[in-house]
Design a protein around this ligand. Structure first.
Ligand code: 8YV
Length: 311
């Protein structure tokens, strides 16, 4: 007998194929009456396949009395009520490591872009402005100071890349990272004051909500740039918009926003802001590896009772 899995929303074709082949699959997303659907199939569900975009709250978990695993697509898992899952004896998995390179690649690319005006330069050429005169000078990257908020796997991979740019690196984290060669700053404001570029690489969720606030932006100052490839929730977005509009920081490169896909209107007109649509892990290679890891966690769980990447 195939185990029974609940799929919450649309997933990569690779994942949907693997789920359909190996499990008795139910789609919550396709059910017109979700409460009725859960009342009917809920007790049969043994595992859930979810993604960062689909909430897995206490009410949903309680509608699945026999579920033992939530396999989440994404390194982030703030969509899952992990505490409630733990209380219920439900294991939660995410997709770490396989996306680290791509996310760090984008962080560094965004940093260079906002400092050197790559996207702005592209607009400059396309709009024929070059014909009227050269573009204003930009900011050098190599040898500058990089502050990393969150020295986890992704933060470390960003540091590895920044080493190639001869950057001076420090970080702030919930706790000091044992054995790290980089100087730990006790407060985020201290890090922001010290650095030229502040890169956010910390997890989302309530613990980090609004960490980059008006005071931190003030500390970053008119020569400092902010790069965010983590979660929009980590930044006080109205404070960031005000700091950018009033030129109290030099610029920002943002892959994530408070209310995706809505981007604050005021940012669209600013040339010192680079905006990308949450694409840090969005390569064919990495998304396939993330999808495979969701399938592998499910398979390992049903075959051995153990998972590969518990949160
Ligand atoms: C994806 C992400 O955009 O892994 C994460 O936490 O935010 C991204 O990799 C997301 O998982 C897609 O649903």
């Amino acid at each position: 007998m195939k185990p029974t899995v609940l799929q919450l929303g649309p997933m990569l074709p690779l994942v949907e194929k693997g789920l359909a082949e190996n499990y008795t699959l139910h789609h919550l997303g396709k059910a017109p009456d979700k409460a009725k659907f859960l009342a009917e199939v809920g007790p049969a569900i043994q595992a859930v396949a979810s993604s960062v975009k689909t909430p897995v709250d206490a009410a949903l978990l309680d509608a699945l009395p026999n579920a033992r695993l939530v396999a989440n697509f994404g390194v982030g898992y703030e969509n899952v009520d992990v505490e409630h899952a733990r209380k219920r004896g439900i294991v939660v998995t995410n997709t770490p490591d396989v996306l680290t390179d791509c996310v760090a690649d984008l962080a560094m690319t965004l940093l260079v872009d906002v400092a050197r005006g790559i996207s702005a330069g592209d607009r400059y050429v396309r709009e024929g402005r070059w014909l009227k005169g050269p573009m204003p000078l930009a900011t050098k990257v190599s040898g500058k100071r990089l502050g990393i908020l969150g020295l986890g796997r992704i933060g470390q991979a960003i540091a590895d890349r920044a080493e190639g740019f001869d950057m001076d690196i420090r970080y702030h984290n919930r706790r000091q990272v044992p054995g790290s060669p980089y100087q730990f700053e006790q407060t985020l404001a201290d890090l922001a004051r010290w650095c030229d570029f502040l890169v956010i690489a910390t997890a989302g969720g309530e613990a980090t909500r609004g960490l980059v606030n008006a005071a931190v932006l003030e500390a970053l100052g008119p020569e400092g740039f902010l790069v965010n490839i983590a979660r929009g929730s980590v930044v006080d977005e109205p404070a960031l918009v005000a700091a950018l509009v009033e030129k109290r920081i030099a610029g920002a490169a943002l892959d994530v926003f408070a209310d995706e896909p809505n981007v604050p209107q005021a940012l669209l007109a600013l040339d010192n802001v680079v905006l990308t649509p949450h694409i840090a892990s969005a390569t064919t290679d990495t998304r396939a590896a993330m999808g495979q890891l969701v399938l592998d966690n499910l398979a390992a769980f049903f075959e051995t009772g153990r998972v590969l990447t518990p949160v």
